[in-house]
Design a protein around this ligand. Structure first.
Ligand SMILES: Cc1cc2nc3c(=O)[nH]c(=O)nc-3n(C[C@H](O)[C@H](O)[C@H](O)COP(=O)(O)O)c2cc1C
Length: 212
């Protein structure tokens, strides 16, 4: 079965109605155009120095989803959903600097001096600092993951983010290069059963004004 979702929700509607769905209609194929749009929207996320640390490892083949099942500690949504997206974080994001800033330099949009300074800053941050690289990979990939889930909701799909995954096994099973760290896995598809309601803390608990 192929679905075609044209729905777009307003941002606030998507945010308020998104909840983690763990029961999916099996056998639903997401049209490529929808999937691509969701991934494109996810990739509009901001990132440190615009280094775009996210990579999306997409699984739609049922056989591969079965391979993911034990890796996700048998969370059934992995096989019932339409697609599983592993959001990877780039641990060597400094390597894309030229790709990101080169065109602007060439076009004269940024001066050579600004380019050199920026490049120096990125190099200084990443050199000999794997802890920073890991934090950056997590922070930036997580922003894209959140956008992915909201974009999916806006287009009529549901998701569940999963951190409960055996990362070592995932890397081994799918030959993920050491450059990329699996930040989280997301199931994407059409809900069979609505998500159960979850509450949120009131603003008084989570907002601290002007310091502690
Ligand atoms: C980083 C992260 C990891 C999560 N890991 C799992 C998981 O492995 N399995 C699962 O069923 N839900 C997982 N969740 C979903 C949370 O349980 C869920 O977001 C939370 O209870 C709030 O519910 P809601 O998303 O329906 O609003 C995870 C959520 C996040 C943000």
């Amino acid at each position: 079965m192929t679905t075609n979702a044209k729905t777009m929700l307003a941002t606030d509607e998507a945010m308020r109605s998104r909840h983690s769905v763990r029961k999916y209609q099996p056998g639903v194929t997401i049209p490529e155009a929808d999937l691509n749009e969701i991934l494109e929207l996810a990739a509009t996320a901001p990132s440190s120095w615009n280094l775009q640390h996210w990579r999306f490892l997409v699984f739609q083949d049922q056989k591969n989803k079965e391979r993911l099942l034990p890796i996700a500690y048998n969370q059934q949504q992995v096989v019932d959903c339409s697609a599983v997206i592993v959001v990877l974080g780039d641990l060597e994001a400094d390597k894309v600097f030229e790709e990101v800033y080169g065109p602007a330099l060439k076009a004269g949009a940024i001066p050579q001096q600004a380019y050199d300074t920026l490049q120096g800053n990125v190099k200084a941050a990443y050199t000999g600092n794997p802890e920073l690289a890991m934090k950056e990979a997590h922070t930036n990939a997580a922003l894209a993951a959140m956008q992915l889930m909201l974009a999916a909701k806006a287009k009529g799909y549901d998701t569940v983010p999963m951190g409960g995954i055996d990362r070592e096994a995932l890397v081994k099973e799918f030959n993920i290069p050491s450059r990329y760290y699996p930040v989280m896995m997301i199931s994407l598809g059409k809900a069979a059963t609505p998500a159960h309601a979850t509450g949120r803390f009131p603003l008084e608990k989570v907002v601290i004004k002007e310091g502690f």
